[in-house]
Design a protein around this ligand. Sequence first.
Ligand SMILES: [Zn+2]
Length: 430
Amino acid sequence: MNSRKTRAVARALTITLAIVLAWGWNQAPAAAAPTITVTGGGTAFVGQSMNVTGTVAPAGVYPAATEVRVGSTWSRSQLGTTNASGKVTLPLTYGKTTPGTYRFRLRVMVGGVATYSREFTLTRRSTRVLVLSAPSSAVSGTTANVKAKVENLGAGRRITSQFLVRGKWSNSRTVTTNGAGQATIPLTYGASTPGSYTWRLVSTNPYGVTSVTRSYKLTRTGSVEPVIPDAKYSVTRGPNVTNRVVLTFDDCPKSLTAFRQTVLAAEAADIGLALFPTGACMSSGRFDAAFARAHGMHVFNHSVSHPDLRGLSSAGIRRQLGSPGIVTTYGRPPYGAYNATVQAAYRSVGMRIWTWNVDTNDWRGKSQSAVVSYVVSHARAGNSVLMHMQWNGFSPSAIRAMKSGLNARGVQVCRNYIGTVPARPTGMWC
Ligand SMILES: [Zn+2]
């Protein structure tokens, strides 16, 4: 190329550059920064699929992302690409299953520069299942209902009760919510068997999110004591109308500690004892009737000062059947001694006499193993076994050995009453 041609090309380039620059200066303000318009957000239930749609102008294919405000920073959530019309639709996934209000924005990279939409929010509404009220205990065989609701979803939601059975949650009953989103669920599992039951409620919303309550306990107490009709009552069986053997203990424990240990051991071994402390014992502080009843033992009268009641006047007998002795519905006269006057006095205070049919003679100083083996070899179905709290049959190991020894012979002992035994029972749950 010669120098003339070179100069001509250079001049042409200069003119072109000038034109381009002049055009550029004029056009630059018209090429506005990219903008993004969005539709999305609002309100949804947990689990419900929600999208945001954004449109970038000028249209073009660009990388896009949703961002969510977490604490004080914006975090990228879902990635996508705008189409040739500049449109992109992305799911709003962050916090999908957790109730709350979430702040989002859409980001599009136009020519390598981040462009943001306005901020918008999505509020996720809870669909939790809630226990409104629930009984913690109920008598066996009675109805125990839970009131529950599912938040925000109204009628037609299903709530299922589950019980913990041998370490696994098992479905029990399913009910449907009413217009207020509420439902009543009967706790039916084990309803006729005394014991402690663990339950919870479960409900799945229309979007597949399952809500589970915490676990609750229901104690089914021993059934209401049978009211003993006069024809069925017997002096030796007392209120026991079953084939189970009642271990009964009279008088007074050696100490309050010994008393508590034996009561707790009986409860743990599912044994229901019948205890007959004297009023003198109550005054000594070695027997706690409220403690015994709260741990499922029946507590009955054994006079105040342990006299032979046959030697007393009617008024004197009645005094022996009152405070500080146990004021209740069954009583054991000292030495099992009674006559017509004693019987009339018991009747007049609304108390029935309960003696025994197996006398262990533990008070003669028998060893624990001697008392245990006597009980195991002599007690028959439905018997009342007489022992004393200050002697060797009244200990944790003794009562456990009596129960296992009798069971080995096919004889059952009265079970522990679950719940608190009434102070004036009409019968005995055995
Ligand atoms: Zn006695």
